[in-house]
Write a protein that binds this ligand. Structure first.
Ligand SMILES: Cc1cc2nc3c(=O)[nH]c(=O)nc-3n(C[C@H](O)[C@H](O)[C@H](O)COP(=O)(O)OP(=O)(O)OC[C@H]3O[C@@H](n4cnc5c(N)ncnc54)[C@H](O)[C@@H]3O)c2cc1C
Length: 526
């Protein structure tokens, strides 16, 4: 390996420039951090697209216990109550941090934070920015702040493809830069690696996530042997705007919080008969109700005409622009909607300090699975989780004495990669067979398709990260013989008593479904 291919990081190496990665870097300061990101930090990932806001019990009549109870209720029996308490208690302090970093949250006339209501929250507790601009604005201010923080440096346009391992410890990250003949492979060396690479939505054909949400961090960690938890739990947003765009634009949950209703082509409301909370029922209930309406030949619309009417454009400018781009005026027309893969509750198993099972590896944000969400995420808890665990990872890392770059020779390089976007066949297999309703036959079919794509990948690391992430979702879904939260098995429609969170490594996931040759399928250049 040429010397100019190795970069020694002076401190922590953070992979991902969304809210989780940027917040971790800021909380680490003055401890040095290098933020490595495939696309522009502050304008990339799902973070920049978040519309609703961040949940925190900062309203006058609210308390963390109520927020915790709502979170646990939505999680359908699989939340870790200790983690839920940590997150809901820490929430107000993290919102204060964001305000200090410059987040321009909407305020009431008396200067207090304005809070909105979202589905399955018992109180108004979503802090937001100009209606639906929270993700874009918070991402922007964090990136601006990080760029002027001397301890933080950036490696932009680098795609991390594989963890570098030494003696069972994470020792850095291989990343590629450039395209075609000018592609270069670099090794970024650090004994402190924080993965903040976001979710897996773009492994599905219909998704609200950006194209680079292909589970790269999850796949890299899994291929290196990390434990993965709750992989089967994928949340489908009930109301992606069905105007044929990929990714599908989102009609935020806050619209239903503001009184919008779901109707079919004849104007019939179907949610009141599906759940006592009607349109404000938990996401999985609403998404499956819409899915079934569509499966029964209906078209489904979000009707905002009487709830918002002429105020729509001012209160929800992002959704308004998306509707207009599809020729819809939501003040006068119902918005066509359909469910889309939106959020992964599962991910790299992490503890209360955001540590993974691999020494030297932390996980924050959507690529991690902390136990906060259980089987179903409560709306707007994900950005909260990202900042709470960003802060906790930073505190843990600052307390670690040995963070200098490893002195031993660098590990061998992986195969150089070309793919960054998930193959169509993989996305279709996931949407058709691993979606809102699953059964064993479909899951095994998806597994076969993923295996075929993997064999054709010929050792290409980016693709192997995607297939590893996809296989973990399938394997965990196959093992869960029940329906719970976001995971619905047609062949096992009931919830089982005493069920627990899933915890898998890639090797035992494959062994569990009788796959042969896991180490051959997932070569790691160690
Ligand atoms: C449309 C939409 C609306 C949402 N609304 C809300 C909401 O209102 N409230 C809420 O709490 N949650 C919301 N969510 C979920 C929330 O936005 C995400 O869970 C959260 O932003 C994830 O943050 P993150 O920093 O972990 O990942 P991301 O923001 O996705 O950032 C990932 C980063 O990693 C980089 N990256 C990925 N792979 C690599 C690689 N291999 N090498 C280098 N860099 C890489 C990406 O370029 C990006 O910079 C929404 C999601 C979507 C899609």
């Amino acid at each position: 390996m040429r010397a100019d291919n190795v970069i020694q990081c002076p401190g922590a190496l953070i992979v991902g420039g969304g809210i989780a990665g940027l917040f971790t870097a800021l909380k680490l300061s003055p401890f040095p951090a290098l933020v490595l990101s495939a696309s522009r930090p502050g304008a990339s990932g799902s973070s920049a697209w978040a519309q609703g806001g961040i949940a925190a019990s900062v309203g006058t009549d609210d308390c963390w216990q109520s927020h915790a109870a709502d979170t646990i209720r939505a999680g359908a029996g699989l939340c870790d109550p200790h983690i839920v308490e940590i997150v809901t208690r820490d929430a107000a302090a993290r919102i204060d941090d964001l305000v200090v970093y410059g987040a321009p949250f909407d305020r009431n006339a008396d200067g207090s934070l304005a809070v909105g209501l979202e589905a399955a929250h018992s109180h108004a507790r979503i802090v937001h920015v100009r209606g639906d601009q929270a993700g874009a604005e918070v991402s922007r201010v964090l990136a601006e702040r990080a760029r002027t923080t001397p301890s933080i440096s950036f490696a932009e346009g680098f795609q991390a493809i594989e963890l570098a391992m030494e003696n069972g410890c994470v020792a850095g990250v291989f990343a590629r830069w450039g395209i075609g003949n000018s592609t270069r492979l670099m090794l970024f060396r650090s004994h402190v690696v924080v993965l903040a690479t976001g979710g897996i939505g773009a492994l599905f054909a219909v998704t609200t996530n950006p194209a680079d949400s292909t589970g790269q961090g999850l796949g890299m960690a899994a291929r290196a042997g990390a434990a993965i938890s709750d992989a089967e739990f994928v949340q489908f947003h009930p109301t992606a705007i069905a105007i044929g765009r990929d990714p599908a634009p989102l009609a935020t949950e806050a619209l239903r919080g503001a009184g919008a209703t779901l109707i079919d082509e004849s104007g019939r409301r179907f949610m009141p008969s599906a759940h006592p909370d009607a349109e404000l029922a938990p996401r999985d209930v609403v998404a499956r109700a819409i899915h079934r309406e569509i499966a029964n030949g209906h078209r489904v619309f979000l009707d905002c005409r009487s709830a918002l009417g002429a105020q729509f454009a001012d209160r929800f400018p992002t959704v308004f622009a998306a509707c207009k781009s599809g020729g819809i005026d939501p003040a006068t027309d119902p918005i066509p909607v359909a469910p889309a893969a939106h959020y992964h509750m599962g991910g790299i198993a992490t503890d209360e300090r955001a540590r993974s099972s691999l020494p030297g590896l932390w996980g924050v944000g959507e690529c991690a699975s902390t136990g906060l969400h259980g089987a179903n995420r409560l709306a707007s808890n994900s950005l909260l989780e990202a900042v709470v665990f960003g802060a906790r990872a930073a505190e843990d890392i600052r307390n670690i004495a040995r963070v200098s770059a490893p002195p031993s020779p660098p590990p061998p390089i992986p195969k150089l990669t070309v793919a960054a976007v998930a193959p169509k066949a993989l996305r279709e297999a996931m949407s058709c067979n691993v979606g809102l309703e699953r059964d064993e036959k479909g899951l095994l079919r998806a597994f076969e398709t993923i295996s075929r794509i993997e064999r054709a990948a010929n050792g290409e690391a980016t693709l192997l990260n995607m297939t590893a992430a996809a296989k973990l979702v399938v394997a965990a879904a196959l093992r869960r013989h029940e329906s719970r939260g976001a995971h619905f098995r047609i062949d096992y429609p009931q919830a089982l008593d005493g069920s627990a969170r899933s915890l898998l490594t890639l090797t035992n996931a494959l062994a569990a479904i009788g796959a042969k040759g896991a180490s051959e399928a997932y070569p790691l250049s160690r």
